[in-house]
Structure formats: structure tokens, C-alpha cells
Design a protein around this ligand. Structure first.
Ligand SMILES: [Zn+2]
Ligand SMILES: [Zn+2]
Length: 126
């Protein structure tokens, strides 16, 4: 799979059954839907996240350049989660986090710094 942002080949990083696709160049992360639910359940992230795969795409304030899903190459939809604007595959393959977006979210919302947070942190702050 290639990076939706810079077209570099994404590398798979795995720990405790959580696997993320990571771009070493722009440091973005693609989380597929299953991964997202695993992380969400493990970290007991707030309600907002339940809807990440279901909320309507946003129509305003989404002037970021369009990106395509690394799995199916369809243009992803912009969805808002808190103050973040994320890219979600229209076929629900997953969500793309730009560098810094996921760490910002986790810093605000993950109350305990457990193994998964450190694992993601290691990737994010590499
Ligand atoms: Zn990239
Ligand atoms: Zn897709």
C-alpha cells in the first residue's frame, strides 16, 4: 500500500495484535477499521470515536487536499473528530491520520499510558 499523502510505500508495524500502516517519510498513519476498534476499546476512548466510521463527511472547513484510500484507491471523505479533520475511506477500510493528528488525539483522550499508547507513541515520535 502507498501513502495517501506522499506516495511512499507504507510499512506495517505490529504489536499486541494491533497493526498500523506507517509512512516513514511524512509520518502519517493508516488505521483500518478493525484496528481502530481494538485501540478504542483498549484505551476506553470517548464516545466520539464510536462514530468515526459512521459520522457524515463534513462539507465545510475541509479544504485540505483530497487523498485516496491506500487499500482501494478511492478518494477518501473528510470527517471531523473534535477539532481534527481526518480522511476516511468511503468503503470504510479505515482512517488516515496525518503526522501529529493521532498523537494529539491520544494525548488528549487516552487517560492511561499503557502499552498500546507507548507503542503508538514509539511510532509517532520516531
Ligand atoms: Zn507519506
Ligand atoms: Zn478503501
Amino acid at each position: 500500500m502507498n501513502c495517501p499523502n506522499c506516495d511512499e510505500i507504507l510499512i506495517a508495524v505490529e504489536k499486541n495484535n494491533i497493526e498500523v500502516e506507517y509512512c516513514i517519510k511524512c509520518k502519517g498513519i493508516f488505521l483500518d477499521a478493525d484496528e481502530w476498534y481494538l485501540i478504542k476499546n483498549e484505551l476506553k476512548l470517548p464516545f466520539l470515536v464510536d462514530d468515526l466510521m459512521n459520522i457524515n463527511p463534513c462539507k465545510d472547513n475541509c479544504n485540505e487536499k483530497p487523498k485516496v484510500c491506500p487499500k482501494c484507491n478511492q478518494v477518501m471523505e473528510k470527517v471531523k473528530m473534535g477539532n481534527l479533520v481526518l480522511d476516511r475511506c468511503p468503503n470504510r477500510h479505515g482512517v488516515w491520520f496525518e503526522a501529529g493528528e493521532l498523537s494529539e488525539y491520544l494525548n488528549k483522550n487516552a487517560k492511561e499510558k499503557n502499552e498500546t499508547v507507548s507503542f503508538l507513541g514509539e511510532i509517532l515520535y520516531r
